[in-house]
Design a protein around this ligand. Structure first.
Ligand code: HEC
Length: 130
């Protein structure tokens, strides 16, 4: 088995490269922040992940518990920023979808709510929603 060490090294390198590619690919798929997000939206994005993404999805794409916010319904012309603040403070009754009501989201300061909405608007704009 004089050849083995040479080949083993090569094979190991290939396996590691494949593993690295697969791992990085998965990481990007599951929790990638929006690409090119300016630094100033970082805190709003974190707050969004903490308080909203469980229902509205990490990429505003919705889940089985809530609708996508990347949707024409939630453009500024249809749901103003005030509607977003109201939804956070008071929740909202089911009316557009079949997910049930949205309960008020507790523990969000006013400036945090503003950060969340600024992040959502930036991401909607960036994605060409409006
Ligand atoms: C527990 C699940 C859940 C969480 C957490 C949640 N939402 Fe919702 N949200 C919903 C559902 C369900 C609806 C859809 C109601 C309907 O049928 O129109 C909704 C609707 C909305 C609407 C539309 C309100 C309207 O007037 O129609 C906005 C805006 C919104 N959510 C923003 C947020 C933001 C911002 C957060 C985080 C601070 C958040 N939501 C957290 C479930 C959730």
């Amino acid at each position: 088995m004089r050849l083995f060490p040479k080949h083993a090294k090569f094979i190991l390198t290939v396996i590691l490269a494949v593993l690295a590619t697969v791992t990085v690919g998965q990481a990007q798929e599951s929790s990638a922040p929006p690409t090119n997000m300016p630094f100033r939206y970082g805190l709003g994005y974190e707050q969004y992940l903490e308080h909203c993404s469980a229902c509205h999805g990490q990429s505003l794409d919705g889940t089985d518990k809530g609708p996508p916010l990347m949707h024409a319904y939630y453009m500024p012309s249809h749901h103003s920023d005030t509607a977003f603040y109201r939804a956070i403070r008071r929740g909202t009754q089911q009316h557009h979808w079949g997910f049930g009501d949205m309960a008020p989201v507790a523990g969000i300061a006013e400036n945090e709510a503003r950060g969340i909405v600024e992040f959502i608007r930036w991401y909607q704009r960036e994605s060409g929603l409006f």
